[in-house]
Design a protein around this ligand. Structure first.
Ligand SMILES: [Zn+2]
Length: 487
């Protein structure tokens, strides 16, 4: 039984179903690579595979269209494998069976892999249908987008010849994407010389929780709140007034997540306890008031604790706390050309005390402008270095700077308005896409990304909307028919 065969454009869905049957988790794309190469062979199309596993299949222009610019259509072969608890599905061998559910197509308790199986299906239909009108086409299928973008990263210059690239890996129909952010991590290691706590001190643990947090790309603009920053602000102030001696500071977790929780362990001279607790109340109340509209769930907790074995020397403590205070967090600049796009941001992601006597501060920067990404990375590095840290950067990955004057964007916008009587939304995202990496190897490419609406990607509730898939297909075909002639 073919549950999708009653839909319009049955052949597109047939290819989609075929792809769903092939196990293809990231870094295990062997079967889908073989399937694509066999498909090319069957349809007498030129195909090649690079050392990383990326596949390129080419199709000549339809009659009369030979003079048009070559278009690269791009998708990724791998998918995320997530399932509901208790599902026996084995992603290394079991097929995914898509089912129609009202307006949507979904799997049964697992990810569907419409991200990016629908892109692959669209490419296959374009490659196999001899009645379509278009110029020369190159279909690029990358490996390992989901777990590290190593396919796009290892793409070799000269593998493709096209001048225009349409990425088919977006998930909001009606939106055209023209940019993404690059990223880099900046990590500071502080030496924490320690000593024994002074006689007659009392220890406390102070924690902050309930900060919104979220993804450091998509959600960095939603609140200035950062649990590490809030704890540190308290330490900085109380450190000056109460001879607070820091023993431990811990906050945040993943480099791409905004810290929701943090805590510090410290001592106070016993004689100051009453004043200190009073100060703590006033200080936290003022902060709750200041942040109430940004962070309605923000909470503080102060509890007495066992006296720690060691505290930081005064000099090391002051350096660490000052460096964290100076270190920026959040939106640095908004795009001057695209509304509501964060251009550059930085996330103060985590502070971890590790033995022997080290504090590691991890931060992560993003920008759609590569020089701006380097600039904010250097600014953060400066703050940490001024505090005495040894600073390292990760290799990072490049962004894709939006070009509102792009030719393929202008064509697609016009086609969209003509077909659907409505202007598409033109956007960029403040997170990574393969386009940034591809552009690094092919700096002259004119690129655009669009796709049908997919909800719940990377979760067992992943589903693709049928109606928007039809719109996506119409748009893609019409755009291919309007590609201009070569210079
Ligand atoms: Zn994807």
């Amino acid at each position: 039984m073919n549950p999708l065969s009653d839909l319009d454009n049955a052949l597109l869905w047939k290819y989609f179903e075929d792809i769903c049957r092939i196990p293809r988790l990231s870094r295990n794309e062997g079967q889908v690579i073989d399937y694509l190469l066999a498909f090319a062979h069957e349809h007498k199309l030129k195909a090649k595979k690079d050392n990383t596993g990326n596949v390129l299949i080419s199709k000549p222009a339809s009659p009369g269209m030979e003079n048009r610019k070559t278009v690269i259509l791009q998708s990724h072969m791998d998918m995320v494998g997530e399932k509901e608890q208790g599902r026996p599905h084995d992603f290394s061998k079991d097929p995914i069976i898509p089912v129609v559910d009202g307006e949507w197509i979904r799997a049964s308790g697992t990810t569907l892999g419409a991200d990016d199986g629908i892109g692959i299906a669209a490419q296959m239909l374009i490659l196999s249908d001899r009645d379509l009108v278009h110029g020369p086409i190159e279909c690029l299928f990358t490996v390992d987008e989901e777990s590290g973008m190593t396919g796009a990263q290892n793409l070799e210059a000269g593998f493709m010849t096209g001048e225009i690239l349409i990425n088919l890996d977006s998930e909001d129909e009606g939106e055209l994407f023209i940019g993404c952010a690059g990223g880099i991590d900046t990590i500071g290691t502080f030496k924490c010389k320690t000593k024994k706590p002074e006689d007659g001190s009392i220890a406390y643990k102070m924690s902050v929780g309930g900060v919104k947090g979220g993804h450091s790309g998509d959600e960095i603009h939603k609140s200035p709140g950062n649990a590490i920053k809030i704890v540190n602000r308290f330490l900085w102030n109380a450190g000056n007034d109460f001879r607070l001696a820091l023993s431990m500071f811990d906050g945040g977790n993943l480099r791409n997540a905004i810290p929701r929780e943090a805590f510090a362990l410290f001592t106070i001279p016993a004689a100051l306890v009453e004043d200190f607790e009073d100060y703590y109340q006033k200080f936290t109340n003022a902060l709750l008031l200041e942040l109430k509209d940004f962070e309605p769930e923000l909470s503080f907790r102060l509890s007495r604790s066992e006296l720690p074995e060691t505290i930081l020397t005064r000099k090391r403590q002051v350096r660490l706390i000052r460096a964290l205070y100076a270190c920026p967090h959040g939106v640095i600049t908004w795009s001057p050309t695209l509304k509501d796009l964060v251009e550059t941001s930085t996330n103060l992601a985590s502070v971890k005390f590790t033995k022997p006597n080290r504090a590691i501060v991890t931060t992560s920067q993003r920008s759609s402008v590569d020089t701006a990404k380097k600039n904010i990375g250097d600014r953060v590095a400066s703050c940490l270095a001024l505090g005495g840290a040894r600073v390292e950067h990760s290799d990072g990955y490049p962004g894709w700077s939006p070009n509102p004057d792009s030719e393929i964007l202008n064509i697609t916008t016009g086609v969209y308005a003509g077909l659907f009587g409505q202007e598409p939304v033109v956007r960029a995202i403040h997170a990574g896409l393969e386009c940034g990496l591809i552009l690094e190897k092919y700096p002259g490419l004119d690129m655009l990304s669009f796709g049908p609406t997919i909800k719940g990607a990377h979760t067992p509730s992943e589903r693709i909307n049928i109606h928007t898939t039809e719109k996506f297909w119409k748009l893609l075909l019409e755009v291919l028919g309007r590609i201009p002639e070569k210079w």
